[in-house]
Ligand binder design. Structure first.
Ligand code: BG6
Length: 484
């Protein structure tokens, strides 16, 4: 791994504190960080290098996965950190930053490899990228990389504008777009699951699969993010990015080789084959809903419109479900159902693949279909539900074969993704084409919601979603699995 400078915009913000510093520290403990490294934190607050290092240390003590805080271990790590005040709108500040970066490069004898992590609100992405270019910070003898995190735009048009601005300063292969779902270990395992198991490879297609169900339910509500969430809703916050990324990872064909380009090519092909919706047709295939007061784990919770910062008249979606069709020879005729929502019964991200019942006997005896269950979080597991004869009762009953049982202390999504970015491996970052195709697919839904062409349903907090999400599957003769 090559030595580099890690320039962090938004270094006094929440994401840096909770995720980025702990990820860097855990990589350091696991010997997965470039040596030497120079870290330059930037923010609006006036603080000294020492104060910044103290701040970083506090964040590690509160949020690090691994706890190793002896001075001789943590000391050299913190020593790499420097801080500078920066106003993103002021080009002069970037020129000063360029001096600090090059001075540290000289002191530490670093090659001019520069990684810029924009942990700031999206409205600053374009101006920062532009100032990196204008100040000369981005003109290096080594490589440069930009890391940004969603939201990448608010709709198709704004996403394209943002991308066109960024691409004036960085080439596509220099941009690392984080979708933290792609950093989850089970999502990363999806491609090898098929690749390493010919038995699954043979079965995962429309000859054998009846439907695929992707769920990401959360028990949390809008939290302290009313301003952002009420404008985004579940459709922009979760569906356009995380859910469609899971879809691409689940439905993609075996790549010719396990390389970032080939994997992303196959993902793109999935999104290109998803049957487009017309805004007039949205109401048939998409369910939007909002939570009402209810109970979660026995505790009463208030309705969305009573949450602090939310207007009582808000028609924002806190739940989205959709039925999608992938028009390619592998998946033609297999419905993919996707749902995500806040304040639901349980926190669970999972994929359930339901197999077809192929024999008359299976149907006549009303046996359960076989299910392949991929649990992404909070548990990580792959299991297969098969039917087996109970030796005592003689009855055929479903039995579960679990592939993973042990819950290991595995690296967090941010550790994995930052490590990949250090090495220049972009496999698990969202390519612009994937982002654009996802916005393109979602765009008619946004328009239908805006023009009120689809009803807003309601569900009780602590439930599995509105009645309409159950009838969506019932229409096709199916039901959601594992909702109990
Ligand atoms: C974020 C969304 O991207 O993902 C949040 O903005 C959501 O609203 C979160 O809560 C869910 O992530 P995870 O990893 O907890 O499933």
């Amino acid at each position: 791994m090559e030595s580099m400078t890690f320039v962090l915009f938004g270094a006094t913000g929440d994401l840096a504190k909770r995720k980025i510093f702990p990820a860097l520290y855990n990589l350091y403990l696991d010997q997965k960080i470039p040596k030497p490294i120079s870290v330059i934190g930037l923010g609006r607050r006036e603080i000294s290098d020492q104060e910044f290092q103290k701040y970083v240390e506090q964040s590690l003590r509160s949020f690090s996965r691994q706890e190793a805080f002896d001075q001789e271990i943590i000391g050299p790590f913190l020593e790499a950190f420097r801080y500078s005040v920066l106003d993103a709108g002021n080009l002069e500040d970037f020129k000063k930053l360029e001096n600090i970066v090059s001075q540290r490069e000289k002191e530490l004898n670093l090659p001019e490899n520069r990684m810029f992590y924009l942990s700031v609100a999206p409205e600053y992405f374009s101006v920062i990228a532009n100032h990196i270019k204008e100040s000369g910070l981005g003109t290096t003898k080594g490589w440069k990389r930009l890391i940004i995190e969603k939201p990448f735009g608010h709709d198709l048009k704004s996403a394209r504008e943002l991308n066109s601005n960024l691409s004036k300063a960085f080439k596509e292969d220099e941009i690392y777009r984080i979708d933290h779902y792609l950093g989850k270990s089970m999502i990363q395992s999806l491609e090898s699951l098929a690749f390493a198991n010919p038995v699954l490879q043979t079965l995962l297609n429309n000859k054998h699969i009846a439907n695929v169900q992707i769920t990401a339910s959360e028990t949390v509500g809008v939290e302290e993010r009313a301003g952002y969430y009420d404008k985004s809703g579940a459709i922009r916050d979760m569906f356009q990015n995380h859910m469609l990324q899971i879809l691409m990872m689940t439905a993609m064909n075996m790549p010719k080789s396990i390389s970032p380009d080939e994997i992303r090519k196959e993902k793109r092909k999935v999104m290109e084959s998803v049957r487009p919706l017309k805004k007039e047709g949205v109401r048939q295939d998409v369910v939007r809903a909002q939570y009402k007061a209810g109970k979660i784990n026995g505790e009463p919770v208030i309705s969305y419109i009573n949450e602090p910062g939310i207007k009582e008249t808000s028609e924002n979606d806190t739940f989205i479900a959709a039925r999608l069709w992938i028009d390619n020879p592998f998946w033609e005729g297999v419905p993919f159902y996707i749902r995500t929502g806040k304040r639901m019964a349980a926190k669970s991200t999972r994929i359930v693949i339901e197999f077809k019942k192929t024999s008359k006997k299976e149907k006549a005896e009303r046996l359960n279909p076989n299910l392949l269950i991929i649990e992404i979080s909070p548990n990580e597991n792959v299991s297969l539900l098969i039917n087996s004869r109970n030796p005592i009762s003689g009855k055929i009953e479903p039995a579960k074969i679990s592939l993973f049982t042990e819950q290991m202390d595995i690296p967090e999504a941010y550790e994995r993704l930052i490590y990949d970015a250090f090495r220049g491996d972009s496999t698990f970052f969202a390519h612009w084409k994937e982002v654009e195709l996802s916005w393109k697919w979602v765009q008619p839904i946004l328009e239908a919601f805006e023009e009120n062409l689809a009803p807003l349903h309601y569900y009780l907090a602590g439930s599995t979603g509105p009645e309409a999400v159950h009838s969506l599957l019932r229409e096709d003769g199916f039901h959601w699995w594992l909702d109990e």
